[in-house]
Design a protein around this ligand. Structure first.
Ligand code: ADP
Ligand code: MG
Length: 542
């Protein structure tokens, strides 16, 4: 055949193909995401071109068709997009035209062989990912506005051919001759599951051929891209349940579009109840990252761990579809999105905190998680301090640090807390006696994390935060109690005797002002860890 041309792949394509084909792939289904994305892009491009050249407009019913053919063992992906000319087939499918793919290829080559599968699985490698499931790929394309069609074909082994082809209308057909172990992609049910997972929110209709019919396979809407005024409570709640597989109502819904230097859409929810899984299990945010509607990953850590209870989606135009893991960590775009999204959630919490009753629901569900931020995030520590709520020795219900400070006794310089296992037990603790007797309020902290964060927060509103177990020196400076009847006994001899008897058990024995009814109390040294912290460290075997 004289019209058959053979071309060698550009060297870098050869290397990339080698890696793709020879990595064992756990998530090779993403080839379909890549091909569907290309089809959708091509259709968009055709629509765009038709703005200036109306004759190029795609048909009204433009869609992506996925057609499995069991007897032939092929999978066809057909679109009504812009199509490619002879030269474009060579340029687009024979070289790596895009910096994104090149960067990805480099990341992939640098990765340890055992890490490659998940790298490919997560981020795809564009068109070439077809060779994960196919040992031969044929692309027949007809450019919109052109008469001729061309067929590009390759077995992914270093060369491809180009020959005249036939196609009635403009657009592109990709035919995959599936590898022997890729049978699953002939099953319409399996194909539908893949489309639902990765491309549910692509607006272009996607159909899968089944029993001679084209069955719609994608939702076709991206709720988060609709204007807020067009989305009802009901639709939000449904989407929320679909996201988290939970059946409660969101406590709050955040839906906004960022415009300007940074462009993204975001739809976030704070759940109305605690999840079934304990929140300590996985300390990462699972907010989903989409790029132009296409799902990319739920491991981009779009929010800090202490906001991991927030669920939802961020969809941006500012990243390539095959953003690599390295890029996820290093790209300034994502860093800026993270910052914007985190601030937005904090602002919402601040607003909601004005309504004590509503905020209490949130606090009881996720307060303990939020406190982790005070411990580990110096940047947001101050903002978070205002969002904290506590049980207290002086008032019913929840109280804030601000309220505590407003109630402080004259001459009181610090904010006092007592940490332990339950608020009930803390309320009865002998450690409180001296403070109670002097009318000094003590915050009762009963979450495990409470043993840690106060250490990192030096002060609130200029007032140091102090554990009542760390020395009682403060008490004697504060309002002294009325002297008890009769003469105060001299305890010097008793202290000496106790010191001798407990030599190995305690580091010191002191007379204290902090007790009223009880005879003795355990105290932590002035420096060093607080008592509850010591208990936790002991439990952790340290
Ligand atoms: P990307 O889509 O990120 O550019 P790909 O490897 O997925 O990278 O595709 C390479 C190029 O091939 C695309 O940029 C596009 O020009 C062309 N292409 C791929 N699939 C199609 C298609 N279905 N219709 C038209 N052009 C396509
Ligand atoms: Mg692509």
């Amino acid at each position: 055949n004289t019209t058959l041309e053979t071309h060698g792949f550009a060297a870098e394509v050869g290397r990339l193909l080698d890696l793709v084909v020879h990595s064992l792939y756990s998530e090779r289904e993403i080839f379909l995401r890549e091909l569907v994305a290309n089809a959708a892009d091509a259709t968009d491009r055709r629509r765009f071109e038709s703005l200036t050249e109306p004759g190029l407009a795609p048909p009204e019913a433009a869609k992506v068709r996925i057609i499995p053919d069991k007897p032939a063992r092929t999978l066809r992906i057909a679109d009504d997009g812009i199509g490619m000319t002879h030269d474009e087939l060579i340029a687009n499918l024979g070289t790596i035209a895009r910096s994104g793919t090149r960067a990805f290829g480099e990341t992939l080559a640098a990765a340890k062989p055992e890490d490659r599968p998940s790298l490919i699985g997560q981020f795809g490698v564009g068109f070439y990912s077809a060779f994960m499931v196919a040992d031969r790929v044929e692309v027949t394309s007809r450019k919109a506005g052109a008469e001729a069609a061309w067929t590009w074909a390759s077995d992914g082994q270093g060369a491809f051919t180009i020959a005249p082809g036939t196609r009635e209308e403009a657009g592109t057909d990709i035919v995959l001759h599936l590898k022997p172990d890729a049978d699953e992609f002939l099953d319409p049910i399996r194909l539908e599951a893949v489309v639902r997972k990765w491309a549910d929110h692509v607006t272009l209709p996607i159909t899968i051929a089944r029993d001679g019919k084209d069955v719609p396979a994608n939702e076709g809407t991206a709720l988060w891209r609709k204007p807020k005024s067009e989305v009802g409570e009901q639709a939000y709640a449904e989407f929320y349940r679909h996201l988290g597989h939970i059946f409660d109502q969101p406590w709050t819904t955040l839906h906004w579009r960022a415009e300007g230097a940074l462009e993204f859409y975001s739809l976030l929810f704070i759940p109305g109840s605690k999840p079934f899984e304990p929140m300590e299990q996985e300390r990462v945010s699972r907010v989903r990252l989409h790029v132009r509607r296409m799902f990319i990953t739920d491991q981009a850590e779009l929010l800090p761990p202490w906001l991991r209870f927030v669920q939802g989606v961020v969809d941006t135009e500012d990243l390539p579809l095959n953003v690599s893991r390295e890029m996820l960590q290093s790209t300034p775009v994502l860093a800026r999105i993270r910052k914007a999204v985190t601030n937005r959630v904090l602002t919402e919490l601040k607003t909601k905190a004005k309504d004590a009753e509503t905020y209490a629901t949130f606090w009881e569900n996720f307060g303990a998680v939020l406190k982790e931020g005070v411990w580990e995030d110096s940047e947001h520590r101050k903002e978070l301090a205002a969002l904290l709520r506590f049980r207290s020795s002086a008032v019913e219900g929840w109280t804030s640090l601000g309220d505590y400070v407003a109630r402080m006794k004259e001459g009181q310089e610090a904010i006092y807390f007592l940490a332990g296992d339950t608020t009930e037990a803390l309320g009865r603790s002998a450690q409180l006696e001296g403070f109670r007797a002097r009318g000094i309020e003590v915050l009762l902290l009963a979450d495990p994390i409470d043993a840690f964060w106060p250490d990192r927060m030096d002060a609130f509103d200029g007032k140091p935060i102090r554990s009542v177990t760390q020395g009682a020196a403060d008490l004697s400076r504060l309002a002294p109690l009325d002297a008890p009847e009769g003469e105060a006994a001299d305890a010097t001899a008793l202290v000496a005797a106790l010191k001798a008897a407990l030599e190995d058990e305690v580091s010191d024995v002191r007379v204290t002002d902090r007790l009223v009814d009880s005879a003795v109390v355990m105290a932590a040294g002035g420096s060093g860890p607080d008592l509850q912290m010591q208990r936790l460290l002991r439990r952790a075997g340290r």
